[in-house]
Structures are given as C-alpha cells and as structure tokens.
Design a protein around this ligand. Structure first.
Ligand SMILES: [Zn+2]
Length: 410
C-alpha cells in the first residue's frame, strides 16, 4: 500500500493533522528482562486527505503483527459491558430479533457483546482476528471465526449459508488498514433486508476535545460522517440513521442498509452532515489549528508533573490503554515522573509500557502507595475509575485527567 496516498480515495495526502514523533506500537508491552533492548519505533504522523477529508495514519506494519496477540479484553471494563448490554437490548427490540434471527459481529473480541444476544436465543457468529481473545469467546460458547474481516471472509461466510439480519461492527472501522475491502465485505455479507450498525470514534469530537492521544498506530482512520457516508456509498450502502454516543470520548453509531432499501433516511443524517460542515470539516484550517492546540496540552501536562515532583508530591498512573502510550511518549514522560501505573487486566500487569517503560502493576498497589495524585490515562472512563478509587480520596489524594485540558479533581 502506498503510504502517501489516501487509503480510501487514492488522492495524494495533504496537510499534517498531528505529528506526534515516533513511538513503538501501543500493544508492544515490554518484559522487564528486555528493558535494555532497542524497541522498534515508527512515526506517528496523521495527515488529512484534501479530497475526501479522511484523517489517516499510513500503514507501517502488517496487521498480523498488530492484532495477532491482543491484550485488550473488552470484558474487563464495566462501562463497556453496560454499553454492550444496552446495545443488544435495544437492537433486539428495534429489529425484532428472535430465535430465527442471526447476528454477526465483526471484531467480536472475547464475546462481550454477542453473549447478550446468545443468552436471548438469537443465533450469533463472531469474527475476530486475535486468536487469544477469540478462544476466550469460544470457551464461553460464542461461535467465533478467527479471521480478519474483508471480502474474502464475507464470501466464505456467505458460501456457508450465513445470512445475518444484523451485522455489528463497533470500534473496528477505524482500525482496518484496507477500509475499502472491509466495507465491501459488509456489503457482500448483508442481505437486502439486513441492517448493519457501525460505531466509530467521531473525528469532530477528537478535534473539539484535543483527543490527540487517540491517535496510535493501530488506529488507521479518523472518521467524520461526511467521509464515512462517501465510503459506504461507494460500496452500495447507505447511511439511514446516525446517533451520537459518549463512548471513547464521543462516537457515532450509524445504521447502514443496502442502497435501494425502502427505509427512509432519518433526519439525523442531514443534521449531522450540516453540523460537521459548519464545524469546518471540509476546510483545511480546522486541521491546521489542531496541530497547534495539542502542543498546549503537552506543556500543561509536563508542567504539572514537574511541579508535583519539585514539591515532593507523588503522582501515579491509572490504566494502560493504547491512548496512554501516545500521551506519555509524545510528552516524554517516563518512570522518573510517573513511577508506575496500574491496570485491572492481569495480562498487562508485570510488564512495562511501550516506549515510556513505566511499570504496570495491580490496582491494589496504587491504593497501598497512597499517592497525592492519580493520573488517569483512560480519561473516557474517568467517572468509573474515580468511583472505584474512593480510598484515594479518603487518604487525601486527588485525581488528574489530561484530556481535553489538564484538570485536577479533588
Ligand atoms: Zn481521500
């Protein structure tokens, strides 16, 4: 794939959206024994296409390397499980899904979502490329195809008689290197009466709220409805409804049907398209301005950590999400400023964060250390985390959240 051309429309890429230097892959956790070995680093430089306005990172690694061993298990987040339960309840009611229906989920992870459809008697099939998480789903009784999704997988599933009433693709569209093959695969697999529900982080919210840390190598595309609608249309799919969600700092959920289906387009679609135009997503200034604003966030975060250290205050981290690595590496924060972070996922504990080499420990260690500040890396889950850590406040500690602006929460 040519890295200077737009992955959707093939136009020459234009302006810089965010140049975050170089960093390792965000899931390349380092074993403490390997601390002195050179890590593989790649540029993290997002650009915008002046023809279709797709913000994107060039592909720098084969997807096999990125996704074959994935440490993100969706079921470790309570907020996420709640979102999944609400999603399945609403979809079953809205589309009258029952014992004769089939739901296919693309990037089904550990079965966190399909388990709710399965429990209600709906036939389910997951498609998941990371073998270790797919095996967790299979052990739970969720049939899962271990594969990348695209035209080849869609054709295989169709040939095997799969006719989904509903295809779900939540938080995967932005993570596929070949976005055309992926959307063409959805179009192939979706029967004429079927519906696909697709969720992705909203570029408008990323810009509005300085979420530069959601830029990492595995996250190839940063999507607006304006661009997404063009991508679907090119593959014979039409967006019939759009809804704004609070997940991942602000996402869109679109309902997509084959073009020619008799579902009328909901007014939410033209409303969102005009909102994006008014925000400036079809002009270059908005993208240029973003590059300037993220430098201000960096200065505030670094200043806070240096000042805390100078005053003898302890700051420890919470969470080890991909976005945390972008933030820490871009700001040049290491264990000298953040001695360790903690994560509930046991697969990450005992390892070092890629690039920054900040150790990841168990949450109990954070409570025991009685820090003055807890620096929350997964800021999208801040309320859940602050509730879980009530003991920190009891000890007189406070919380710091870096995005959209550094905020101290006593
Ligand atoms: Zn383009």
């Amino acid at each position: 794939m040519n890295t200077t051309l737009c992955r959707f429309c093939g136009h020459e890429l234009g302006e810089t959206f965010a140049d975050l230097g170089v960093s390792p892959l965000s899931n390349a956790f380092v074993h403490p024994k390997m601390v002195d070995h050179q890590e593989q680093v790649y540029p993290l430089h997002a650009k915008v296409c002046p023809a279709c306005w797709l913000v994107q990172l060039p592909e720098i690694q084969s997807p096999d390397l990125i996704f074959s061993e994935y440490l993100y298990f969706s079921s470790f987040s309570e907020t996420w499980l709640h979102h999944a339960r609400m999603f399945s309840d609403t979809a079953m009611r809205r589309f009258r899904l029952g014992a004769s229906s089939t739901v296919v989920e693309i990037a089904s992870n550990d079965g966190y979502l399909l388990q709710f459809f399965h429990a209600a008697g709906v036939a389910v099939l997951g498609v998941e490329p990371a073998e270790n998480v797919a095996q967790v789903a299979i052990a739970k009784g969720i049939p899962t195809e271990i594969a990348f999704f695209g035209c080849a997988t869609a054709e295989r599933l169709r040939a095997a008689g799969c006719r989904p009433d509903l295809i779900v693709a939540n938080n995967v569209l932005a993570h596929v290197p070949d976005i055309n093959d992926f959307v063409a695969g959805i179009a192939l697999l979706l029967p004429s009466e079927g519906v696909a529900i697709i969720e992705f982080p909203h570029l408008l919210r990323l810009i509005e709220n300085n979420q530069f840390d959601t830029i990492y190598h595995e996250h190839f595309s940063y999507l607006s409805l304006l661009t997404t609608e063009q991508i679907f249309l090119r593959h014979g799919l039409s967006v019939v409804e759009v809804e704004e969600l609070e997940t991942h700092g602000g996402s869109l959920r679109v309902h997509v049907r084959p073009c020619g289906h008799d579902t009328p387009q909901d007014s939410s679609v033209p409303v969102m398209l005009s909102h994006e135009r008014a925000f400036g997503l079809e002009s270059v200034e908005v993208y240029r301005d973003f590059a300037r604003r993220i430098e201000a966030v960096k200065s505030d975060v670094v200043e806070f950590l240096v000042e805390a250290k100078r005053n003898g205050k302890t700051v420890l981290g919470y969470g080890a999400p991909a976005k945390g690595n972008t933030l820490l590496n871009y700001c040049g924060i290491g264990p000298d400023m953040l001695a360790f972070t903690v994560d509930r996922n046991p697969h990450k504990q005992g390892l070092l964060l890629p690039g920054s080499h900040i150790p990841v420990r168990a949450p109990e260690d954070l409570i025991a250390a009685r820090p003055d500040y807890v620096f929350i890396l997964p800021w999208n889950l801040r309320s859940e985390i602050i509730d879980q850590l009530s003991q920190i406040r009891a000890h007189g500690g406070a919380f710091a959240v870096p995005i959209p602006h550094l905020e101290i929460i006593p």
